[in-house]
Design a protein around this ligand. Structure first.
Ligand SMILES: Nc1ncnc2c1ncn2[C@@H]1O[C@H](COP(=O)(O)OP(=O)(O)OP(=O)(O)O)[C@@H](O)[C@H]1O
Ligand SMILES: [Zn+2]
Length: 465
C-alpha cells in the first residue's frame, strides 16, 4: 500500500515516491505578516501540518520549511497607515501567527525563513537569472522574461497566449511583456530598501520562495504546497524562476488546498468577509476549529458558518466522551475474556481503514468517519459486563495515535479523576466557609471541562457530560 496524492501539475492522483527513500522535503508558502490571520489563512497551516504528521506516521522523515513574507507592498502600505516601520509590524504579526497556529495544533516548521534575512541569496538568484537570459533590468526594476521559459503555464494548465491576453502592464511598471513579473522592485522615496546591483530596492514576492526553498531544501523538493489561489501566478512563477536557474524539476508534487468561503465567496482580507483566528478561538475551542477544517477533504471548498462549526463541536465531544470513559474504566477492569480477540480485531480494522483513507490523498473526512466507528465500537465494548485492560488500553492507544495524526490531543485539557476530586473537595470547603463566589467559580471551571456536579444529601457526585 502506498500514498496517492493529487498533483496539481498533472491533475491526477499519483503514487507518492519521494526523491530519496523515506525522506520528504516539503515547502509551504507562508503568510504575509501585516495582519492577524483569518480562518482561510489557517486552512493551509492546518492541512499541511496534517500532511506532515501523516507522512511521519507512515515512516517518512519530513523536512518542513515555511516562509514569512515580511516585506512587500501590503506591509509597506500598512506601515504608512499605522505610522510604524515594516519590521515592527512584521515582528508583531509573526508572533501573532505563531500564537494562532500553535493554538490550532500546528507544529513549527523546521525552518521559518524570512525574506528580510535572505536578501543576499535573493539578489544572487536574480543575478544568475539575468546572466542566463531569463531576466532584464529597467531603471532599477528587474523583471522575469516569461517568453524565455518554454514551459510557462504548465502548472495552471494555461497557454502563454491565454495568459498574456489576461495580463496588463500597470501604471509605473516598465516591463516589456504584460506577462513578465517583477523580481526586484526599485524603492520609492522613503520605502524600506536594500542595496543591490540595480540600486536600492526590495525583492518581488515570487522570487523569495524560489530562493529560500533552494537554500534550505536544494534544487528539487518533493512537495510544494499552498492555497489554491497561489497556483497562478505565484507557483507558476516560482517554477519559471527555479527551473530556469537549475534546469531541474523544482517540485515533484504540487498540493493546493481549497478555499474557506463565506456565503460561497472566498474569505479574504480585501473583501472584508473574514473571521480572525485570534477572535474565534476566544469563543470556540481551537481544537474544534481544527477538527472542523479536517472534516472536509482539503481540496474541497468549505462554506463557513458558526452553526457548522458548532455542529462539529458535538462530534468532537462524542469522541472525547468515549475516550474519557475508556480512561475511567481502566481503574475497574477484569482479566481477558474469550471475546476480547474479536474486539482487538475490530480496533485493528479501524486502524487499517483509517490508513487506507489517509493514503488516498489525505482524506481526513473519511478518516474522521473511521474515528466515529472506533468510538461506536468503544461504547459497545464499555457496555460489556467484563472489560479487559488489554482491550481498553488498545482502544485508548488507537484514539490517541489516530487523533494525534490529525493534530488533535484529547489529553492536554483533560482533568484526571484525582484532579476532579480535589477540586470538588476545595469547593466543599469553600461552601462550608460560605465563600460562594469561589464555589461557583470551581463549578464553572469543572463545567467548562465537561464535568457535571450533582449535590446530593450524601455529598457531591460527578459525571462527565
Ligand atoms: N479563503 C481562503 N481559504 C483557504 N486558503 C486561503 C484563503 N485565503 C488565503 N488562503 C491561503 O492562506 C495562505 C496565506 O496567504 P496570504 O498571507 O498571502 O493571504 P492572502 O491570500 O493575501 O489572504 P487575503 O486574500 O485574505 O488577503 C496562502 O496559502 C493562501 O492561499
Ligand atoms: Zn511561495
Amino acid at each position: 500500500m502506498s500514498i496517492q496524492l493529487y498533483n496539481t501539475l498533472t491533475r491526477k492522483k499519483e503514487k507518492f515516491e519521494p526523491i530519496e527513500p523515506n525522506k520528504v522535503k516539503m515547502y509551504v508558502c507562508g503568510p504575509t505578516v501585516y495582519n492577524y490571520i483569518h480562518i482561510g489563512n489557517a486552512r493551509p497551516a492546518i492541512v499541511f501540518d496534517t500532511v506532515r504528521r501523516y507522512l511521519e506516521f507512515r515512516g517518512y522523515d519530513v523536512q518542513y520549511v515555511s516562509n514569512f513574507t515580511d516585506v512587500d507592498d501590503k506591509l509597506i502600505k500598512a506601515a504608512k497607515e499605522l505610522g510604524e516601520d515594516v519590521p515592527t509590524i512584521a515582528e508583531r504579526f509573526i508572533e501573532a501567527y505563531f500564537a494562532d497556529v500553535s493554538a490550532l495544533g500546528c507544529r513549527k516548521a523546521d525552518v521559518h525563513p524570512r525574506v528580510t534575512e535572505n536578501i543576499d541569496i535573493i539578489i544572487e538568484f536574480i543575478e544568475q537569472l539575468i546572466e542566463k537570459g531569463y531576466a532584464y533590468e529597467v531603471d532599477g526594476d528587474v523583471y522575469y522574461k516569461t517568453r524565455a521559459f518554454a514551459e510557462y503555464g504548465k502548472l495552471s494548465h494555461q497557454s502563454v497566449d491565454e495568459l498574456r491576453a489576461g495580463a496588463r502592464i500597470e501604471i509605473g511598471e516598465k516591463k516589456k511583456d504584460p506577462l513578465d513579473f517583477a523580481l526586484w522592485k526599485a524603492a520609492k522615496e522613503g520605502e524600506i530598501a536594500w542595496d543591490s546591483p540595480w540600486g536600492k530596492g526590495r525583492p518581488g514576492w515570487h522570487i523569495e520562495c524560489s530562493a529560500m526553498a533552494h537554500k534550505y531544501l536544494g534544487d528539487t523538493i518533493d512537495i510544494h504546497a499552498g492555497g489554491q489561489d497561489l497556483t497562478f501566478p505565484h507557483h507558476e512563477n516560482e517554477i519559471a524562476q527555479s527551473e530556469a536557474l537549475t534546469g531541474k524539476t523544482f517540485a515533484k508534487y504540487w498540493m493546493h488546498n481549497g478555499y474557506i468561503n463565506i456565503n460561497n465567496e472566498k474569505m479574504s482580507k480585501s473583501l472584508g468577509n473574514f473571521v480572525l483566528v485570534h477572535d474565534i478561538i476566544q469563543q470556540v475551542d481551537p481544537k474544534v476549529l481544527r477538527f472542523f477544517m479536517l472534516s472536509v477533504h482539503y481540496r474541497h471548498p468549505i462554506n463557513y458558518s458558526q452553526e457548522l462549526l458548532e455542529s462539529t463541536k458535538n462530534g468532537l465531544e462524542r469522541l472525547k466522551t468515549s475516550y474519557l470513559n475508556l480512561k475511567h474504566r481502566l481503574a475497574s477492569c477484569s482479566n481477558l475474556t474469550d471475546n476480547d480477540g474479536q474486539w482487538l480485531d475490530k480496533i485493528n480494522e479501524c486502524r487499517n481503514v483509517f490508513i487506507t483513507e489517509m493514503d488516498d490523498d489525505f482524506n481526513t473526512a473519511n478518516a474522521i468517519a473511521v474515528l466515529f466507528e472506533l468510538s461506536k465500537q468503544a461504547n459497545l465494548y464499555l457496555l460489556e459486563k467484563n472489560t479487559a485492560e488489554k482491550v481498553i488500553s488498545a482502544f485508548i492507544h488507537e484514539f490517541e495515535e489516530l487523533l494525534g495524526v490529525l493534530g488533535i490531543s484529547l489529553t492536554e485539557d483533560e482533568l484526571l479523576d484525582d484532579e476532579v476530586e480535589a477540586l470538588i473537595q476545595k469547593r466543599n470547603e469553600a461552601r462550608k466557609n460560605r465563600d460562594f463566589a469561589l464555589a461557583d467559580q470551581i463549578r464553572d471551571e469543572l463545567k467548562a471541562k465537561n464535568i457535571i456536579l450533582e449535590d446530593t444529601p450524601q455529598g457531591t457526585r460527578w459525571k462527565r457530560g
